[in-house]
Design a protein around this ligand. Structure first.
Ligand code: CAA
Length: 382
C-alpha cells in the first residue's frame, strides 16, 4: 500500500527482510511462545544479527543505520508474527537506544548503546511506579548524590524487558522541591548491587514478553551514568515516549494485520448457507472497514515516522498514530473473532491471541486518554 507513495528501495529491502524472518522464523513458534509465556531469547538474538534491535541507530553505534520509517516498517512485520516479540523490539529500539543516542555522552554511547543497538544485550525503561502511571511526575524513586555516585531507592513496575535487560534507563527524583524539573535520568547497569528484579506479572496478552517489578535498594550508580543534566529527566522521558508511541502504533498495526489476514482467508474458506461467507455483505462490510482502518492507522504512523526523520516535532502525530492504531487493533481483532464465530473464540485459529495482545496497546506508553490529552493540548495551542 505504501510502495509507490513513500518507499525507497532500502525501505522495501528492510521490510521484506523483516517479513521473511517474521513469517519463517517467528510465526511457527508464536502460538507456543504465548501459551508457555516463553521469552523468545534465540529469536531476539537472531534479530540482533539482522540489525532489528537498533534499526535507526547509526552503524558507528552498533545499529543498522537506517531511518525511522525503516524501523516502523520492520516493527510492523515482526508484530504481525508475534506481538510479544514486537514489544521487546520496540522497547529496545525506542525506549532504550533512542534516549542514549539523543542525550548520551560519547562514552555512554560506546559503553551502553553499542551493545544494545547491536542486539547483544537488551534495554528497559524504568519510569512507571506503583503509584505513578499516567502521572510519572508523581514518582517516588529517589537518587541522592554521594561524591561520584548517586544512590537510588524506590520501586518501578510494569517494566517490559525488566527481567532480561542488561541496562535500564531509569528516572528518579534528585530534587523533590522542583517537581517535574527535579527528575533526573540514568543508565543503570542491572548487574549493579541494589538492582533487583521482583514480581513478574501474569498477563492477558503479550505473554512471551516479561513485565517486571524492579527494586532499587541503595543502588549505586556512577555520576558518569547520568543521562543529561540533573533535572532533565522528565523531558527526556517525554521525548523518548514520543518515539516509543510510533513503535506501539507499529505493533498495534501489526496485530491488526495478523487478525485481518486470518479473517479474510477464513471468510473465503468457510461455507454457510451454500457459499463462502466472504460472499455475504455482512462479512464484506466488516472486511472493508477493517482494511480501511488499518490503512488509515498506517498512514498516521508513517507520517509520524517521516516527521521524526525530518527532525520536525512529532509529539502530536505520534500520539494520534498510537491512539488510532491501538483502538483499531481492538476493533479489528474483535471483528476477526466475529468472522471466525465459535472457532475464533478458541485458540486453534489464533485470532484470540491477537485480541488479547491488542488490549495492551491502548494502555502502555500512555493510555488512549493520555494520547487524547496530548493531542488536545497541541490542537488548542496551534
Ligand atoms: N517533549 C518535550 N517536552 C515535553 C513533552 C514532550 N513530548 N511533553 C511535555 N513536555 C514538557 C513540557 O513542555 C513542560 O515543560 P516546562 O516545565 O519547561 O514548561 C514539562 O514537560 C511538563 O509538561 P506537562 O505540564 O504537560 O506535564 P504533565 O505532568 O502534566 O504530564 C502528560 C503530561 C502528557 C500527562 C505526561 O505525564 C504523560 O505522557 N503521561 C503518560 C506517561 C506514559 O506514557 N507512561 C508510559 C510508561 S512507559 C511504558 O509503558 C514502558 C513499557 O515498558 C512498554
Amino acid at each position: 500500500m505504501l510502495d509507490n507513495l513513500f518507499l525507497q528501495e532500502e525501505h522495501k529491502l528492510i521490510r521484506d527482510t523483516a517479513r521473511k524472518f517474521a513469517q519463517t522464523r517467528i510465526v511457527p513458534e508464536a502460538s507456543e511462545l504465548d501459551k508457555n509465556h516463553r521469552f523468545p531469547k534465540e529469536i531476539i538474538s537472531e534479530m540482533g544479527k539482522l540489525g532489528l534491535m537498533g534499526v535507526a541507530i547509526p552503524q558507528e553505534f552498533g545499529g543498522a543505520g537506517m531511518d525511522v520509517l525503516s524501523y516502523y516498517l520492520a516493527l510492523e512485520e515482526i508484530s504481525v508474527a508475534c506481538a510479544s516479540t514486537g514489544v521487546i523490539m520496540s522497547v529496545n529500539n525506542s525506549l532504550s537506544c533512542d534516549p542514549i543516542l539523543k542525550f548520551g555522552t560519547d562514552a555512554q554511547k560506546k559503553e551502553f548503546l553499542v551493545p544494545m543497538a547491536s542486539g547483544k544485550v537488551l534495554g528497559c525503561f524504568c519510569l512507571t511506579e506503583p503509584q505513578a502511571g499516567s502521572d510519572p511526575a508523581g514518582m517516588k524513586t529517589t537518587a541522592v548524590r554521594e561524591k561520584d555516585y548517586y544512590i537510588l531507592n524506590g520501586t518501578k513496575n510494569f517494566i517490559t524487558n525488566g527481567a532480561e535487560a542488561r541496562f535500564a534507563i531509569t528516572f528518579a527524583i534528585t530534587d523533590k522541591a522542583k517537581g517535574h524539573k527535579g527528575i533526573t535520568a540514568f543508565v543503570v547497569d542491572t548487574k549493579s548491587t541494589g538492582f533487583r528484579v521482583g514480581k513478574l506479572e501474569e498477563k492477558l496478552g503479550i505473554r512471551a514478553s516479561s513485565t517486571a517489578e524492579i527494586h532499587f535498594q541503595n543502588c549505586r550508580v556512577p555520576v558518569s551514568q547520568r543521562l543529561g543534566e540533573e533535572g532533565d529527566g522528565f523531558k527526556i522521558a517525554m521525548m523518548t515516549l514520543d518515539s516509543g508511541r510510533i513503535g506501539i502504533a507499529a505493533q498495534a498495526i501489526g496485530i491488526s494485520r495478523a487478525a485481518y489476514e486470518r479473517a479474510v482467508s477464513y471468510a473465503k474458506e468457510r461455507e454457510q448457507f451454500g457459499s463462502p461467507i466472504a460472499q455475504f455483505q455482512a462479512i464484506q462490510f466488516m472486511i472493508a472497514d477493517m482494511a480501511t482502518k488499518i490503512d488509515a492507522a498506517r498512514l498516521l504512523a508513517v507520517r509520524a515516522a517521516m516527521k521524526k526523520d525530518r527532525k520536525e516535532r512529532f509529539s502530536k502525530e505520534a500520539a494520534m498514530a498510537k491512539l488510532f492504531a491501538s483502538e483499531t487493533a481492538m476493533w479489528v481483532t474483535s471483528k476477526a473473532i466475529q468472522i471466525h464465530g465459535g472457532y475464533g473464540y478458541c485458540n486453534e485459529y489464533q485470532v484470540e491471541r491477537h485480541y488479547r495482545d491488542a488490549k495492551i496497546t491502548e494502555i502502555y506508553e500512555g493510555t488512549s486518554e493520555i494520547q487524547r490529552l496530548v493531542i488536545a493540548s497541541h490542537e488548542l495551542k496551534e
